[in-house]
Design a protein around this ligand. Structure first.
Ligand code: KIV
Ligand code: ZN
Length: 515
């Protein structure tokens, strides 16, 4: 008997991007969307089109170019949001508008300041308005995890009558517990008379570490769409992780009467791409995609795996993309091989000058490190495209000195708005000295919230990828830099963060307190 399809709805580019500092630019989002398409994700939530001009253009670029998945834009229950989403999705081969409003007593009373009847009225109007734009409309009851079941039944019945084809039940604040959340889904499916006209979906946050468990409990009770993100990226503690949901369903066919259409061998390459682009490293013991997920440390385990691999392995590393896609480039690789690899990675550069510059930087890197992996290429592309932008601060030169028993110093010159400025500073270490020298010039007034270094690949010749998170006036930005020299990577990351502060446009947050 054939199993039901479990629709995989990826929201890395929307909810994932709501992680503080995880913002991505348009080209980075298109690259990730193409990777999701290769993975055969059913629905890609490409963004919140009304948030800013940049968000609109990202959703539009993805709708224009990614044709193998349904492309979705989020919209609050407001005509202006829905119109903007519809406009961004105009050229989509298959488009979806995802509209939502909060349904919990605490959100309706304190955030929306609306009565339950007003919320139903706004939800029905939003779904009807969206249906006038597009055939595929999803409706979410924000904070459903803390909403009253009778109210959920009332509003959902009416939005299905208004034309919603997917009903999403988010556990917005990560409050649910698996058994109870599963029962909520079953009750909704049993009690809502027109429930059979819609697909029921879940969207779980991970505040109690239960996002995947809650999503799977919902699937066991009839949910047929799961909203999730690569590496579990997302607001606060994140969303349910796509790789864990997909592999749980695949590994336990005895318990799940559903199948996904996901090409699991794309999981690890996509996880690495998202990590490199966002600068959010994956913890080594993370299920499926962590560096240790298939590594056996203890002698007893190694012995068992060598004798019969299923003694300790429930999945095969190669089935989720470990060791695949590892085509390595080196200093003898020519322009054609390089270009072909870019195409395979879904990277399209806009001009031949961009290709020239990326190829020049690739050769420079290949001179310094023997093997150039896909992760190196992603970092290289982000770095090159950033350098081409009209940025306020650019690094021209950096020299650091650190000797045992002496205070480290950094001397650097920056191009600031077109003019060269120099500074020298000392610090606890060369990175500290470098940041102090930059601040002597920039006087940004920003506070450093996070500094992290991560090796992009293995080996001591790996590029170090640095993330710097700065906060200014309540706004948080991340900067990224990659280089085989980690002090250089740190300087690039700090300047990238300063450039984000200098140029960042205001964006609306979808869950902010206005309807
Ligand atoms: O967590 C949430 O409730 C959301 C909705 C906008 C779907 O992200
Ligand atoms: Zn969410």
């Amino acid at each position: 008997m054939s199993k039901d399809r479990l629709i995989i709805f990826d929201t890395t580019l929307r909810d994932g991007e709501q992680s503080p500092g995880a913002s991505m630019d348009r080209d980075e989002k298109v690259r990730i969307a193409k990777a999701l398409e290769r993975m055969r994700v059913d629905v890609i939530e490409a963004g919140f089109a009304v948030a800013s001009q940049g968000d609109f253009e990202s959703v539009k670029a993805i709708a224009d170019t990614v044709k193998g998945s349904t492309i979705c834009s989020l919209a609050r229950a407001k005509a202006a949001d829905i119109d903007r989403a519809g406009e961004a999705l105009k050229n989509a081969a298959s488009g979806r508008i995802h509209t939502f409003i909060a349904t919990s007593p605490i959100h309706m009373q304190h955030k929306l300041r609306m009565t339950p009847d007003q919320v139903i009225e706004a939800a029905v109007a939003a779904v009807k308005h969206a249906r006038n734009q597009i055939g595929d409309v999803e409706f979410s009851c924000e904070d459903a995890g803390r909403s009253e079941i009778d109210f959920l039944c009332r509003i959902i019945e009416q939005v299905i009558d208004a034309g919603a084809r997917t009903i999403n039940i988010p556990d917005t604040v990560g409050y649910a517990i698996p058994q109870q959340f599963g029962e909520t889904i079953r009750t909704l499916l049993e009690r809502i008379p027109n429930a059979h006209k819609a697909v029921f979906s879940v969207h779980c946050h991970n505040d109690l570490g239960l996002a995947v468990a809650n999503s799977l409990a919902a699937v066991m009770n009839g949910a047929r769409q799961v909203e999730c993100t690569i590496n579990g990226l997302g607001e606060r503690a994140g969303n349910a992780s796509l790789e864990e949901i997909v592999m749980a369903v695949r590994t336990r066919p005895d318990l799940f009467d559903v199948d996904t259409g996901i090409n699991a061998t794309e999981i690890v390459p996509t996880s690495r791409m998202v990590s490199t682009i966002t600068g959010f490293p994956v913890q080594p013991n993370k299920a499926i995609v962590g560096a240790n997920a298939f590594a056996h440390e203890s002698g007893i385990h190694q012995d068992g795996v060598l004798k019969h691999r299923e003694t300790y392995e429930i999945m095969r590393a190669e089935d989720v993309g470990w060791h695949t896609n590892r085509m390595v480039l080196g200093k003898h690789s020519g322009r054609a091989a390089f270009r072909a690899r870019l195409e395979e990675l879904g990277i399209s550069l806009h001009t031949s000058e961009e290709l020239d510059e990326v190829f020049r930087r690739f050769k420079e890197l290949a001179d310094k490190k023997h093997d150039v992996f896909d992760e190196d290429i992603h970092a290289l592309i982000s770095d090159t495209l950033k350098a081409a932008e009209a940025e306020r601060y650019k690094l021209l030169r950096l020299e650091t000195a650190s000797r045992t028993g002496e205070t480290p110093t950094a001397t650097l010159s920056l191009n600031v708005d077109g003019s060269e400025q120099q500074a020298t500073a000392s610090g606890a270490g060369p990175v500290d000295a470098t940041f102090k020298a930059i601040e002597q010039i920039a006087h940004s007034g920003a506070g450093l919230q996070l500094y992290s270094v991560n090796a992009i690949t293995s080996g001591t010749d790996s590029q170090g990828e640095v993330t710097v998170r700065l906060e200014k006036g309540g706004r948080i930005v991340n900067g990224h830099g990659a280089d085989v020299d980690i002090i250089m990577a740190s300087a690039k990351a700090y300047l990238d963060a300063l450039n984000h502060i200098a140029t960042g446009a205001e964006r609306a947050h979808p869950q902010a307190a206005d309807v």
